[in-house]
Structures are given as structure tokens and as C-alpha cells.
Design a protein around this ligand. Structure first.
Ligand SMILES: Cc1cc2nc3c(=O)[nH]c(=O)nc-3n(C[C@H](O)[C@H](O)[C@H](O)COP(=O)(O)OP(=O)(O)OC[C@H]3O[C@@H](n4cnc5c(N)ncnc54)[C@H](O)[C@@H]3O)c2cc1C
Length: 466
């Protein structure tokens, strides 16, 4: 390979966003290089979506077995550690498959190495020069580990290092009970690990709707210690660490930092690309085009931290690629519309957010239809009486704005709702759809009926006032 490589667009990062961008550029008939320092296989498959869901499933299997056996010992062939390892072996298969697909799709256009800007049109990749007319930066993110946790040394884990372990710890303090922290708290506690999860926010899983937040806190406190609404402190202890939240304190073997993720821009030397920073000194991309001001760089995926989800990373890869292509062609970019926001926390019962979140609703112009799991036959059969569905509809025409819910099989309800919001359905039009019996979807029907009743009352009141 020559020392200087020339390409139309260089894509840095072969994760979900980068590979999506690479394919879009190739489809448009332009040349692209896909650069990654490895390991290949995407964060989603290697350390994110897939291992987390695989260990949640292992935890489900173990908790069903333990419920069934009661105090009797489990058969010698079964152990929580064995199920954990089985889940991670499945992760390895999936991640290796993703890495293989990337290698095959990119072929000679895959360049392994660490990229760093040295000029507005040039990168250094481990000593090799790459010149391009535009760049997609899709370098992902890394777990945030603040200094007070770093001081714990080996006793502090992130999801990256947790999924490298082949044995479960006896106890864990989870700092941060957002989506990732809560999923790991549920998985580990169902696998028999003593869990203490703590967050300074009042609600777990980053949920904005206070009714769902309260219900979720109540529900998961049945399974593990969950401290909310107070600053969290952690100190080293000979047995591992002491975790504190307000007046509460416990000793744990390890601590899991689940405080969110930060963009992987360290080491890229973005300043050399000509990109300019905002008033806070940050490299912030235009949210619509994903372009970094002053440069020919487009950010995609978790490196642009607005929507840190796998399907959003794939969409952003396309948006960034089209932006980069528009610089080459001199044509305006054909930017695809963003999808209805959808967030799912796979905690069984799942916690989900769809469309407009509660904190953005105008209370004067919104009705909230509610349904309880205790009123839904299927949820009662599935021991999920604590389920709660809240749908948000616009006063007047009943346009569905969004929803928040905690429900068994909530992932499916959330999809139906997201599709309905994106299609512009109303509370009344959704009630014309079929609902089988007995299904969890009947909770959605009940919540919509509740919203429709409130909309009808509004109409009656308006008529009475005339
Ligand atoms: C525990 C956990 C659970 C999650 N669960 C879900 C879920 O259930 N559903 C969901 O939608 N999302 C989930 N996510 C989020 C999802 O995994 C991410 O949004 C998605 O993987 C981001 O993809 P990406 O392409 O932006 O980054 P990545 O897949 O991380 O790709 C970035 C790539 O850039 C490379 N790179 C970085 N810097 C350089 C450099 N300087 N030079 C060369 N290469 C470089 C890296 O090697 C990497 O391959 C989860 C995340 C975590 C951590």
C-alpha cells in the first residue's frame, strides 16, 4: 500500500454508524476508506445491546429456576456463572459475525489503525497519510469514569470490563441507575449477585414521567436495593468499596460505573481539521446536518451524543454520508427525516419512552390516558400487576404525541406506539384497530379509551359552554 492513500470520503470508525455511512457512500458511487483501530465488531454487539440483553436473558432463566426450586440446591450442571459465560459466548459469536461482515463488505477499503487529523483534508493513520475531500467521524463513545471512581482501581468496573469477566461478583454497587445501570442491576440481582444501585436523580432509567418513575422505583426495590434522589459517594474499603447515598451505606465487592458515556474524540485532534468550537469550547455538530462548523467533517452515532442508540447510529451514518456526499457533488444533501424517538429498557417489566417525553408536554393541551396492569388479565397471569401505561394525546383532535410505560412485554407495546405516533394516529383511530384477548396490548386499548373519554368530556364541556 502506498504511504499516502487518496479517497473521496474517509470514514473513521467501523461501528454501526461508520459502516452505515460507508455503505451509503459506496451506493452513491464514490470511493471511501473505512478506518478502525479495532476491535472490530461494533460496540452494540461487543459491549452494548447484545451482551446486555444476553445476560438479562440468562438472569431470567436463572431466576425462573430459583423460583421453581425454592430453597433446594440447583442441579450441579446449572450455575449462575455458567449461564453468564453462556451469554457472553453468544455475544462473542455475534460480535465475531459482525466483524467478519465488516471485513467482507469493506475488503481492501478497510484500513486498520488509529486516525488523527493532521490537516483539514488529511489524516494520520498509524504513520500512513490519508487524504480525503470529506470525513465521517463515527468513533463512538466510552464509559464515563469520574476521578472519585478511578481511585478504586481494580474494584471499579464499566460495562466494557464487566462483560470481560468470566465469574460474577458476590456483590456490586451500581453508580447510576439510568437505562444501562438499571438493566445491569436487574440482570445481576436475578443472577444472585447482591446489588445496591444508586442515582442522584429521583427516578430510575432516565424516565421523565413521574408516575412511571415512581412505579418503576417501587417495582425494582422488590428485587434489589435502589437509592434515589441523593448524591452518591464511593470510597475504597479493604473488602472492595463502600457506597453511600444520603444516610444509607453498604459495603460491596465491586462498583459498576454506569454514569453515561462520553464521545470518543480524544486523540482525533479535531482542531487540526479546521472545525471550530462552540461558546463552551466543545466541538458540536449541527443537529440537522451533523456537520462540524468550519470543516468538512460530519459526526455520526454515539460520538454525537444526542440519541445514543443503535438504530439512531445507523440513521446518522446515512445522514452524515449524505452531507459528505453533498460537499463532493455541490448539491444540497437529501437528509432523511428522523424517526419517532423510542427508548426501551429491557428490565421485564420493560420501561419505555415513546415520542414526546413527559417533560416536553404542554399540560394545558394534553390529555393522559392511563391503564393499570392490575386491570389487565394477561398482566395478572404474568405476575405483572404493577404495569402502568400512560399515553399522551393532544386535546382537541386526540393526536397521539407519545407515551411512557412500564409493562411486561413493553418492548412490543412501545413499538406499536412509536409506529402509531410516526403515522400520525389519534387516540380514536387506534381504538379502531383489532385487540385480541387476553393480551398485554389490551392495556394500550384501556389507556386509549381513557384518553378518548377525556377528549369526549372536553367536547361535551365545549358544547355546554356554547
Ligand atoms: C451496555 C450498553 C447497552 C446498550 N443497549 C442498547 C440497546 O439495547 N439498544 C440500543 O439501541 N442501543 C444500546 N446501546 C447503545 C448502542 O450500543 C450504541 O448507540 C451504538 O453501538 C453506537 O454505535 P457507533 O457506531 O456510534 O459506535 P461504535 O460501535 O462504538 O463504533 C465506533 C468505532 O470507532 C472506532 N474508533 C474509535 N476511535 C477511533 C480512532 N481514533 N481511529 C480509528 N477508529 C476509531 C472503534 O474501534 C469502534 O469500532 C447500548 C450501549 C451500552 C454501552
Amino acid at each position: 500500500m502506498p504511504d499516502t492513500l487518496h479517497t473521496d470520503i474517509a470514514v473513521i470508525g467501523a461501528g454501526t454508524a461508520g459502516t452505515s455511512a460507508f455503505h451509503e457512500i459506496r451506493r452513491a458511487g464514490h470511493s471511501a476508506l473505512l478506518i478502525d483501530h479495532g476491535p472490530l465488531g461494533t460496540t452494540c454487539a461487543r459491549a452494548g445491546c447484545m451482551p446486555s440483553k444476553a445476560v438479562l436473558h440468562a438472569a431470567h432463566r436463572w431466576s425462573v429456576l430459583r423460583d421453581f426450586l425454592g430453597r433446594q440446591p440447583a442441579p450441579s450442571s446449572a450455575s449462575a456463572d455458567a449461564l453468564w459465560r453462556e451469554a457472553l459466548a453468544l455475544r462473542d459469536t455475534l460480535a465475531d459475525g459482525a466483524a467478519k461482515r465488516t471485513r467482507e463488505a469493506a475488503g481492501d477499503a478497510l484500513l486498520l489503525g488509529s486516525a488523527r487529523f493532521v490537516a483539514p483534508d488529511a489524516l494520520d493513520v498509524d504513520g500512513r497519510r490519508v487524504r480525503a475531500r470529506a470525513f465521517v467521524v463515527a468513533t463512538g463513545s466510552r464509559p464515563v469514569v469520574p476521578p472519585f471512581l478511578r481511585e478504586l482501581g481494580a474494584a471499579v468496573l464499566t460495562t466494557d470490563s464487566l462483560f470481560q469477566r468470566d465469574r460474577l461478583p458476590r456483590s456490586v454497587g451500581i453508580v447510576g441507575a439510568g437505562a444501562v445501570g438499571l438493566e445491569m442491576a436487574v440482570a445481576l440481582s436475578r443472577l444472585g449477585v447482591r446489588v445496591v444501585a444508586a442515582d442522584r436523580k429521583d427516578a430510575p432509567a432516565g424516565i421523565a414521567d413521574p408516575a412511571i418513575g415512581q412505579r418503576a422505583a417501587q417495582r425494582f426495590r422488590e428485587e434489589f436495593t435502589l437509592w434515589l434522589g441523593q448524591p452518591v459517594q464511593v470510597e475504597a474499603d479493604p473488602s472492595g468499596a463502600a457506597i453511600r447515598c444520603g444516610a444509607d451505606s453498604e459495603l460491596v465487592e465491586v462498583v459498576l460505573a454506569a454514569l453515561g458515556r462520553e464521545p470518543n474524540v480524544h486523540g482525533l485532534d479535531l482542531a487540526a481539521s479546521g472545525a471550530t468550537t462552540d461558546a463552551q469550547g466543545r466541538f458540536a455538530a449541527d443537529p440537522a446536518t451533523l456537520r462540524l462548523p468550519g470543516s468538512s467533517l460530519f459526526l455520526a452515532g454515539d460520538v454525537h451524543p444526542d440519541r445514543p442508540l443503535m438504530h439512531e447510529a445507523a440513521d446518522e451514518g446515512v445522514i452524515a454520508a449524505r452531507g459528505a456526499l453533498s460537499l463532493l457533488d455541490g448539491q444540497p444533501a437529501r437528509v432523511p427525516a428522523r424517526r419517532t424517538p423510542l427508548g426501551i429498557v429491557f428490565t421485564d417489566p420493560d420501561i419505555c419512552n415513546v415520542g414526546m417525553s413527559f417533560d416536553r408536554l404542554d399540560p394545558e393541551s394534553t390529555v393522559i390516558g392511563t391503564a393499570e396492569g392490575s386491570g389487565n388479565g394477561r398482566s395478572r397471569i404474568l405476575h405483572a400487576e404493577s404495569s402502568l401505561v400512560r399515553v399522551y394525546a393532544r386535546r382537541g383532535d386526540g393526536l397521539l404525541l407519545g407515551a411512557a410505560l412500564m409493562a411486561v412485554h413493553g418492548e412490543h407495546l412501545a413499538h406499536l406506539l412509536a409506529w402509531a405516533v410516526q403515522r400520525g394516529e389519534t387516540a380514536r383511530s387506534l381504538l379502531e384497530m383489532p385487540y385480541y384477548h387476553p393480551v398485554v396490548e389490551e392495556m394500550l386499548q384501556s389507556a386509549l379509551k381513557d384518553a378518548a373519554r377525556q377528549l369526549d368530556t372536553d367536547t361535551d364541556t365545549a358544547r355546554g359552554n356554547r
